[in-house]
Design a protein around this ligand. Structure first.
Ligand code: SF4
Length: 281
């Protein structure tokens, strides 16, 4: 009978719990229509659940004019936020405070004359929302890209909250040859790094790993990569209905971890579904 273990740190983080609390309170009030600017979090199942309660995702503040609008956890570009405050009856800011720290760090470095480098995924909403805080900032997603950053006297580095620590180290190593001064403000969120360390530890002991969370979730994808590096039998699922009994054949230890946008109820649903499939203890 395989043993099922859940990573010591897994699932919904402070920022996601806070955002879900805000949106649920707004929906419960029933004081007019409630929207989120883009998907509130990167978890399609949670977003579908909100839609079923009448909270839909809009793509611009104009679509929510006169209503209540929630700004998503991974941040909003300042221009969009200004339009939201002008057009909407009420704006609830669900931006995670740790994401705001990235914006503030980028602003400070830019003000102090650093060429700002944002380590992260180009096009990710959090990165896109960070760029306007440091005009001229460059997004770098790998050591190879860092090696192509134009030479500058002072380079200041901030990091997407969900980036891997190893990526930050590689990029900083490459930047050392590109500037006289490299200043790093490590804005990787502790929830993210804690999840990553716990996933790494569990994956090194497990025969099979199941990683739960949206396929569009950057931090869940990182957990799947970290798990797969230790445990080749790693599977990334969004919910319990995707599990396949054949994954667990011959496994002694089955590990479960989950991204920062995965509520506890989804982890429990997957855990009990695996238990039913394998008769685990
Ligand atoms: S992972 Fe960290 S930065 Fe992202 S929403 Fe959660 S607490 Fe905030």
């Amino acid at each position: 009978m395989p043993e099922i273990r859940i990573a010591s740190e897994a699932g919904a983080c402070y920022g996601v719990e806070r955002a879900l609390g805000l949106v649920e309170a707004a929906a419960d009030e029933r004081a007019g229509a409630v929207h989120t600017l883009g998907p509130l979090i990167h978890n399609p199942r949670v977003v579908a659940g909100l839609a079923a309660r009448g909270v839909d995702a809009v793509s611009s503040p104009e679509e929510a004019a006169g209503d209540t609008l929630l700004l998503r956890t991974h941040g909003t570009v300042p221009d969009e936020e200004a339009r939201a405050r002008e057009l909407c009856a009420r704006v609830l800011d669900a931006t995670c405070p740790f994401v705001k720290k990235v914006h503030q760090a980028a602003e400070r470095l830019s003000r102090e004359g650093y060429q700002v480098v944002v380590v992260g995924e180009a096009g990710h909403p959090e990165v896109e929302a960070t760029l306007p805080h440091a005009p001229g900032a460059i997004v770098v997603g790998s050591a190879e890209e860092a090696a192509r950053v134009p030479h500058a006297r002072k380079v200041g580095v901030v990091v997407q909250t969900t980036a891997r620590r190893a990526l930050l180290a590689e990029v900083v190593g490459a930047l050392l040859g590109r500037a006289e001064e490299v200043r790093v403000i490590n804005t990787i969120c502790e929830a993210t790094s804690g999840h990553q360390a716990a996933a790494d530890e569990l994956a090194s002991e497990a025969d099979v790993m199941v990683v739960i969370g949206g396929r569009n979730s950057a931090n869940t994808t990182r957990l799947a990569e970290i798990s797969a590096a230790r445990c080749p039998r790693t599977h990334h699922v969004e919910g319990d209905d995707e599990l396949d009994a054949s994954w667990f054949e011959g496994a002694g230890v089955i590990g479960i971890t989950a991204g920062a946008s995965t509520p506890a109820s989804q982890i429990e649903a997957v855990r009990s579904a695996i238990e039913r499939l394998v008769g685990g203890r």
